[in-house]
Design a binder for this molecule. Structure first.
Ligand SMILES: Nc1nc2c(c(=O)[nH]1)N[C@H]1C(S)=C(S)[C@@H](COP(=O)(O)O)O[C@H]1N2
Ligand SMILES: [Mo]
Length: 182
C-alpha cells in the first residue's frame, strides 16, 4: 500500500512540474542582436526572461500626454543584454528597431543612464539627475508586457525612484533588432 502511495506521489510531482509552464515559452518573437563585429545572435523572449533582470519604476510621457505608468517594470539592462554579442564600448552607438521601421539610437553614455531627459510631475526638467537605466522590458506589473501596448519586448527607461517621468519616444515598441555600431 505504501509503495503505491509513493508511486502516486511521484507521478503527481512529475505532472505538477509539467503544468507549471513559463508564460514566456509560448511567445514567438525572435530578437536579433548584432555586435559591433557583425556577430549575430537570435534570442527568444523566454531566453531573455531567463537572464539576470532588474525591476523598478517605469513612467513615460508620449507626444499626446502622460501615457505609460506608473508601472513596476522588469527587464534586462540594454548594456548587459549586449554582452551576448561582445558588449558596447565608449564611442559606439546602439540602434534599436522594430518591424514598423521605427528606430532609436542610444549613445554609450545613455546606456549607462547619463544624458537622458527626466521630468517631474509638472513635466518640468529635473535639475538633479536621477538614476535611470534603459532596459529591454518584458514585464509590467508582474505580467508579460502585452502586444497592444508595444510588447512583448519594449525599451523602457527605468528609474530607481518613483514619480520621475521619462520621454516616450525612447520607449521603442515591438523591438525585434538591436545593433551595436561603430
Ligand atoms: N515601434 C515603434 N515604437 C515607438 C513608436 C513608433 O512609432 N513605433 N513611437 C514612439 C513615440 S514617439 C512615442 S511618444 C511612444 C508612443 O507610444 P504609443 O503609440 O503606444 O502611444 O512610442 C514610441 N515607440
Ligand atoms: Mo512621440
Amino acid at each position: 500500500m505504501k509503495q503505491i502511495l509513493v508511486i502516486i506521489a511521484i507521478i503527481a510531482c512529475i505532472c505538477a512540474a509539467g503544468c507549471v509552464s513559463n508564460p514566456y515559452d509560448d511567445i514567438d518573437w525572435p530578437l536579433t542582436l548584432v555586435g559591433a563585429d557583425g556577430t549575430e545572435k537570435v534570442m527568444s523572449v523566454s531566453e531573455i526572461a531567463a537572464l539576470p533582470s532588474v525591476s523598478g519604476h517605469g513612467y513615460a510621457v508620449s507626444t499626446v500626454g502622460i501615457k505609460y505608468g506608473p508601472y513596476n517594470i522588469t527587464g534586462v539592462p540594454l548594456i548587459e543584454l549586449l554582452d551576448q554579442v561582445g558588449g558596447v564600448h565608449e564611442g559606439q552607438t546602439v540602434h534599436v528597431s522594430a518591424a514598423d521601421g521605427y528606430l532609436w539610437v542610444f549613445s554609450y553614455e545613455q546606456l549607462l543612464g547619463e544624458d537622458l531627459l527626466c521630468l517631474d510631475a509638472n513635466l518640468k526638467e529635473m535639475k538633479t539627475p536621477v538614476t535611470m537605466t534603459p532596459i529591454l522590458m518584458y514585464a509590467a506589473d508582474g505580467a508579460p508586457y502585452p502586444y497592444d501596448d508595444g510588447g512583448p519586448l519594449r525599451v523602457a527607461t527605468m528609474t530607481a525612484e518613483p514619480d520621475v517621468i521619462t520621454e516616450g519616444s525612447l520607449w521603442v515598441k515591438w523591438v525585434d533588432r538591436i545593433e551595436v555600431h561603430g
